[in-house]
Design a protein around this ligand. Structure first.
Ligand SMILES: NC(=O)c1ccc[n+]([C@@H]2O[C@H](COP(=O)([O-])OP(=O)(O)OC[C@H]3O[C@@H](n4cnc5c(N)ncnc54)[C@H](O)[C@@H]3O)[C@@H](O)[C@H]2O)c1
Length: 337
């Protein structure tokens, strides 16, 4: 069994990826400082997978802790999820974001080189495209100036990886540019755990349906889109998790140093209002929502061209928007039980 270090593995996408890794025959090792997650996720993962996952509590930029992990387990690859991700906070505290998001990547790369751990999958984001001029976006669509320090950390991290591979490092690296991850494990045992007021649409939708929030506001219905609300590419977190497994196994078969980027989305754009109506329909409930003014800085529409990941990694999403929204609601209900 190959050991894969997952930084930020107690978080939303990392925890679901741990499940998919185990299903594919890997052994995940998690390091997380629990700055945006809870330790009970580890118990839940054990319930789902029947496997006790080695867990290290700490900062993934802590070299002595990383060295200890490499001593305890022979690592064959790393998936680097750990980062801060609150766009709004990043504009108030940019250094916190650069230090954690960029600093942890650099520390991790130094650690990997020192221990000859060659394979890395990095969490990037469609935020690097900003508001694109053409749709859907391919990996060759030019990246735009970042809208926030958070977005810029993803661009800077991608640039660091490009420079590293140019320098003839032995590493083999894939950046996955996630579109909008939603949904939860179908068991309802793990899912997204936003702290405070959710930044993302779907946790706001589920919390409104659960009565935690009084009302959902749709920011604008007068954009040039099918129903006037913004368009995103919503991808089920289990499909996203599977993309990491495919990326890892692709890297394992590479004999030379390597870097590439892949979009991970469904290839379809859905409007915010479509999400609301699909959520109501599939879960048979009514959502209290209102139309509000446009929100400054919102990208109007973006969705992925997924041809590259389909063809090169052989990855295709299996879940529909309705599946995702059913699983999101199932998770929210279990959270409030
Ligand atoms: N969720 C999204 O919408 C989205 C979209 C695009 C990209 N991403 C990226 O995907 C990755 C995972 O996102 P997520 O939604 O699972 O976020 P998350 O906050 O749920 O998970 C991140 C985890 O990393 C941990 N962490 C943060 N800094 C750490 C550090 N220095 N050392 C150890 N642990 C640390 C947190 O405690 C948390 O458990 C992030 O890099 C994020 O920027 C997320």
């Amino acid at each position: 069994m190959k050991n894969i270090l997952i930084t930020g593995g107690a978080g939303y996408i990392g925890s679901h990826t741990a499940v998919e890794l185990i299903k594919a025959g890997y052994r995940p090792i998690i390091i997380d400082d629990l700055s945006n997650s809870q330790e009970k996720v580890l118990e839940r993962l054990e319930e789902i997978t029947g496997m006790k996952i080695p867990f290290y509590l700490g900062d993934c930029a802590d070299r002595s802790l990383l060295d200890q992990i490499a001593k305890d387990h022979k690592l064959s690859g790393v998936i680097h999820f750990a980062a801060f991700k609150a766009v709004g906070e990043s504009t108030q505290k940019p250094l916190k974001y650069y230090k954690n998001n960029v600093g942890s990547l650099v520390a991790l790369l130094e650690f990997m080189e020192a221990h000859s751990i060659l394979d890395l999958v990095f969490s990037s984001s469609c935020t690097v495209y900003g508001q694109p001029d053409t749709l859907p976006v391919t990996e060759d669509t030019p990246r735009k100036e970042a809208e926030s320090p958070y977005g810029n950390t993803k661009k800077v991290c991608e640039d660091i990886l490009v420079d590293l591979i140019k320098s003839k490092s032995d590493l083999k690296i894939i950046s996955l540019r996630y579109f909008n991850p939603i949904g939860a494990h179908p068991s309802g045992k793990i899912g997204e755990l936003p702290s405070g007021v959710p930044n993302n649409l779907v946790p706001f939708v589920t919390q409104t349906a659960a009565g935690i929030r009084e009302k959902l506001t749709v920011f604008g219905d007068d954009y040039y889109t099918p129903d006037g609300s913004c368009v995103r590419d919503f991808i089920h977190v289990m499909d996203l998790a599977d993309a990491h497994v495919k990326a890892l196994s692709f890297l394992e078969n590479k004999n030379t140093n390597f870097y590439d980027v892949f979009n991970v989305g469904t290839g379809n754009g859905n409007t915010v209002l479509e999400v609301i109506h699909t959520f109501e329909e599939v879960n048979d409930l009514k959502l209290n929502y209102e139309i509000g003014p446009r929100r400054p800085g919102d990208v109007v529409k973006i969705w992925a061209d997924t041809t590259k990941i389909n063809q090169v990694l052989g990855w295709y999403p299996k879940n529909s928007l309705a599946d995702s929204l059913r699983d999101s609601w199932n998770w929210e209900k279990k959270l409030n039980e």
